[in-house]
Design a protein around this ligand. Sequence first.
Ligand code: UPG
Ligand code: 3PG
Length: 322
Amino acid sequence: MLEEVDRWLTARSWSAADRPLDLLLAAKRAAGPAGTVSVVLPALDEEATVGEIVAVIRRDLMSPEVPLVDEVVVVDSGSRDATARVAAAAGATVVRRDAILPRMPAVAGKGEVLWRSLLVTSGEIVCFVDADLREFDSRFVSGIVGPLLTEPAVQLVKAMYDRPLETGGSVVPAGGGRVTELVARPLLNLHWPRLAGFVQPLSGEYAARRSLLERLPFPVGYGVELGMLVDSLSLVGLDALGQVDVGVRHHRHQDGQALGRMAAAIYRTAHLRLAGRAHLVRPSLTQYDRAPSGFVPSTHPVDTEERPPMLDVPEYLTRHAA
Ligand SMILES: O=c1ccn([C@@H]2O[C@H](COP(=O)(O)OP(=O)(O)O[C@H]3O[C@H](CO)[C@@H](O)[C@H](O)[C@H]3O)[C@@H](O)[C@H]2O)c(=O)[nH]1
Ligand SMILES: O=C(O)[C@H](O)COP(=O)(O)O
């Protein structure tokens, strides 16, 4: 791991418990307009989960006693189910993707609706949360908004968490995040090693200052998270990025083929950003394990050496000539 990443892990990784709600509310009051918070949920056919997420945010973070969040907006990404109705009933503002910027027809994809959300929200801090989360805890919002309220130099904060893989009645405790482990983490470690400290680089829960988001390109699909990390690094630098441990994340798991399509979109996003610098490879990979003290990194070398064709090896030629 780069020394810079080691330092960053100490300085820019927190736990949600580090900032209690009363501290955040005081920081928000002191910040004035810069402390306004919009929560955005991108949603495609999420009727089963979106209502509870909205309700928990409203109950825990939008009450008169705890007015941390100023608005919660569900951007409907073309749902065919009752997502819009359920979200509105739970108290969200619901906007259809086509109703935003109608002169530009919307294309399919998550990044597309995140991008459009900037046109229909007003907070100076924008917090994205996936709409398929189960057993949702409002620390997923307050935890990542926290550093933006208390640390003026921080501009983008991602959630990190344990990721059980829960399919067909079975649970593999740290088995989730398959695209993260197989595609995103290796890509980031090899090509953008300064980002190797992110425990969950694809996390759908992240908060950022509008002043940063409005300067970034948004890949329209699932490349949006990797693109945003890479582009934010070059725009504002590593010390403006952070991460917060928010516990355990439960979500709807996609099947292998859907994850293959996601992986392709992520690879393509990286590829576009590698143009002209694909040779910049750092052959090591840092992975993370949960320990009582938090997430613990372990770094491994990546095989990069290649043997020449056997026909170039004199011993082989001699043997074959014999
Ligand atoms: O066209 C789409 C596809 C998805 N979504 C919503 O986006 C969120 C995340 O999508 P999901 O399919 O649940 O993604 P995951 O399989 O969980 O993928 C992970 O990895 C992705 C790639 O980085 C991230 O976008 C996700 O947030 C992250 O949870 C959910 O609320 C979806 O309803 C849309 O709004 N429009
Ligand atoms: O973030 C990821 O890597 C993908 O969303 C896959 O997650 P899962 O393996 O937990 O389904």
